[in-house]
Design a protein around this ligand. Structure first.
Ligand SMILES: Cc1ncc(C[n+]2csc(CCOP(=O)(O)OP(=O)(O)O)c2C)c(N)n1
Length: 325
């Protein structure tokens, strides 16, 4: 489906600018450790936005920023957490790979495949509470051969739990191509073996992903059990910022960035379809950049966590092993 909505374009542009700010944050040494951005995967991020309630859970991965934005996590405390500041979602203790917003039931895990058992727990909790909340796990293609993926999908199928698993199949799990690690040509076709619905969509097409996601969530909410929603896409940058990425063919990367950039495609389709003119789209680009730049400036003026608090949050009990209390 061609892009017809400037609002969707704006959402994707804010997501792209957010990721670009993180990329600059690494280069300028404001952010330490591995940072995984989802440049090129914005159509999926935008497709998930505005569908879930605060009471629904979304559990994401190491490549989590766009999913947090889609779940409605505010940009400022999210960026502050990624920039390791005290004002961050977790007081600067978690960093980019550990974004948590309990009020919106948003969480992440750096354990590949780990999103599923956590989301399964949310789905089972909804069943025990007797309400109609839904749980969503968003994972990469690298997760689908883990035990946790199959075990969680099977139990969700057995109990008909309200679980939606969105797989962003960007063709690569670090240096391993999907084709070399999967016995099936698609992930969606595995759904039948778990008693789940299986749908495969073009992850460049925001509307196609959105419609499939809305349907999967509605089905789960109505007692229809789990869905695997596979969205195909491509990771434009290295696995993490700083990854030399020598394992992928240079031409493949260039072709994908040139021909399969959702922002570029949306721009062309909006112009050709007469839904927007260039000046309007330029203004959206400019506003998105200004919004994110403004947040970065605020974040950079924020304090780091006090080093004296470094051992806080290590044990739930607050036990300080060195002090022996
Ligand atoms: C259980 C586990 N094994 C290995 C790793 C190391 N690791 C981090 S990301 C990653 C690849 C993930 O690929 P995919 O799920 O396709 O997501 P993508 O990075 O492409 O978004 C691996 C193997 C890990 N974090 N957890």
């Amino acid at each position: 489906m061609p892009y017809t909505s400037t609002e969707v374009y704006r959402q994707m542009r804010v997501m792209r600018e957010f990721e670009e700010a993180c990329i600059r944050g690494v280069a300028e040494k404001h952010i330490h450790g591995e940072v995984h951005v989802a440049v090129g995967q914005e159509a999926i991020g935008a497709a998930l936005a505005g569908v879930l309630r605060d009471t629904d859970a979304l559990v994401s991965t190491h490549r989590n920023h766009l999913h947090a934005i889609a779940k409605g996590v505010p940009l400022y405390p999210m960026l502050a957490e990624i920039f390791e500041r005290e004002t961050g979602l977790c007081g600067g203790f978690g960093g980019h790979m550990h974004l948590f917003d309990p009020a919106r039931r948003f969480s992440t895990t750096g354990i590949v495949g780990g999103s599923l058992p956590v989301a399964l727990g949310h789905a089972y909790a909804a069943r025990l509470r007797g309400d109609d909340a839904v749980a969503v796990a968003v994972v990469g293609d690298g997760s689908v051969n883990t035990g946790g993926f199959s075990e969680s999908m099977n139990l969700a199928g057995v109990l008909r739990l309200p679980l939606v698993v969105v797989v962003e199949n960007n063709e690569w799990a670090i240096s391993v191509p999907f084709s070399a690690s999967s016995a099936t040509a698609t992930i969606a076709e595995r759904a039948a073996s778990f008693g789940a619905r299986g749908v495969r969509v073009d992850g460049l097409d925001r509307d196609q992903v959105h419609e499939a996601f809305v349907e999967a969530v509605a089905s789960a909410r109505a007692g229809g059990g789990p869905t695997i929603l596979e969205a195909t896409c491509y990771r434009f940058r290295g696995h993490y910022e700083g990854d030399l990425d020598l394992y992928r063919d240079q031409q493949e990367k260039e072709d994908r960035r040139e021909q399969r950039d959702p922002l570029a495609l949306a721009r062309v389709e909006l112009l050709v379809g007469g839904h927007a003119d260039a000046a309007e789209l330029d203004r959206i680009d400019h506003e998105a950049r200004a919004e994110i730049d403004g947040i970065v400036q605020r974040v950079l003026a924020d304090p780091f966590p006090d080093p004296a608090t470094a051992r806080q949050h290590v044990f739930e009990s607050g036990l300080d092993l060195q002090a022996g209390v």
